[in-house]
Design a protein around this ligand. Structure first.
Ligand SMILES: [Fe+2]
Length: 281
C-alpha cells in the first residue's frame, strides 16, 4: 500500500531565482538555510513520488480556460519556461498511475478535477525544488489550484481536497512512498497598488492557525484575512490542502521571514503526520 511519508510547504517567488545573486546576504542566507533544511527533511522521507500543489502563473491556463483544480497525470511534465529558470531540468518525470488513481478517487467522492496529460511546471513548482538542492528528484504529480483569479476554491474545499488526497494515497495498492509539497504564500501583492507590501500580521495569523491545527480556526483566519491582504496571499490555499492531507495535526515552522527584496512573506514548514505520532508513541 502507498504511504504518506511527509507533508511540507515553502514559499516561492520569481526573484528567488532571477535576483538570487544580488539578494542581500542576510535574507539570502536565511532563505538558503530554510530551503535546504526543507530539502533535507524531504530527502529523509525517501519519497518515490512528490505531489506538488502550486498555482499556475498563466503558463498553462488563462481566463479562457481556468480550472479550479487540475491534476497532472502525464508520464512527464515540462520544466519552467521562465528565462531565469533555464538551467533547471527541462523535463520532470510524472507518476501517471498514481495520478490517475487520485483522479478516479476524486470522481468517486464527488470532486471533479480537470486533468492534463502534459503540464508545464513554472517557477511556483520549480523554485522550491531548485532551492532545496535535492540531488535526485522523485517523480512529480503536479496539482494546480486556482489561487490567482476569482472566484477561487473555498478554504473549506481546499481542506476537503487535502483529505481526499490522503484517502487516495492510503487506498493506492502499490508500495509507494508519497510526500506532499505545497508552494506559495504567505502574504504578497503583485500588480496591484499595494505591490511589494508584506502583511506580517496576516502571515503570523496563518502560521499560528496551521501550527495549532484546528480546522475552524484555519478557515476563520483565512476567510477573514484573505479579503484584506494582497492578492498573492491566496496561494495559501495550497497550504490548506497540505494541512488537510496531514490530518490537521499542526505543523512545525522551520522559518518565517518577510523579504521585501522578493516581495514575499516567506515561510517554510513541515506538518506532523500519522507516522510521526506513531513514532513518538
Ligand atoms: Fe506565486
Amino acid at each position: 500500500m502507498a504511504k504518506l511519508v511527509g507533508v511540507f510547504a515553502a514559499s516561492h517567488g520569481p526573484l528567488m531565482a532571477r535576483d538570487w545573486h544580488i539578494l542581500p546576504a542576510a535574507p539570502k542566507g536565511r532563505l538558503d538555510t530554510a530551503f535546504r533544511e526543507l530539502g533535507r527533511r524531504l530527502t529523509d522521507t525517501a519519497p518515490d513520488v512528490l505531489i506538488e500543489i502550486s498555482p499556475d502563473h498563466w503558463v498553462n491556463f488563462f481566463i479562457n480556460n481556468l480550472p479550479s483544480v487540475c491534476i497532472g497525470v502525464g508520464e512527464a511534465h515540462d520544466g519552467p519556461p521562465e528565462p531565469f529558470m533555464k538551467d533547471f531540468q527541462r523535463t520532470l518525470p510524472g507518476a501517471p498511475d498514481l495520478a490517475m488513481h487520485i483522479v478516479k478517487t476524486a470522481l468517486a467522492e464527488d470532486f471533479e478535477p480537470s486533468i492534463s496529460h502534459r503540464l508545464t511546471l513554472d517557477h511556483g513548482f520549480c523554485i522550491p525544488l531548485l532551492r532545496m538542492g535535492i540531488a535526485r528528484l522523485p517523480r512529480v504529480i503536479p496539482i494546480v489550484v486556482n489561487d490567482l483569479e476569482p472566484p477561487m476554491p473555498s478554504i473549506r474545499r481546499c481542506l476537503a481536497w487535502g483529505r481526499l488526497l490522503a484517502k487516495a494515497i492510503a487506498s493506492y495498492p502499490d508500495d509507494v512512498r508519497v510526500a506532499i509539497l505545497a508552494t506559495g504564500g504567505l502574504s504578497h501583492s503583485i500588480g496591484e497598488p499595494t505591490m511589494g507590501d508584506i502583511d506580517e500580521p496576516f502571515d503570523h495569523g496563518c502560521i499560528e492557525a496551521f501550527r495549532e491545527g484546528r480546522d475552524a480556526k484555519v478557515i476563520d483566519v483565512l476567510e477573514r484575512g484573505l479579503a484584506a491582504t494582497g492578492n498573492g496571499g491566496h496561494e495559501v490555499r495550497n497550504w490548506v490542502v497540505a494541512h488537510g492531507a496531514a490530518g490537521s495535526r499542526g505543523f512545525e515552522l522551520i522559518d518565517y521571514l518577510p523579504v521585501p527584496e522578493v516581495y514575499v512573506g516567506c515561510a517554510f514548514a513541515a506538518w506532523r503526520i500519522a507516522g510521526d505520532l506513531q513514532a513518538a508513541a
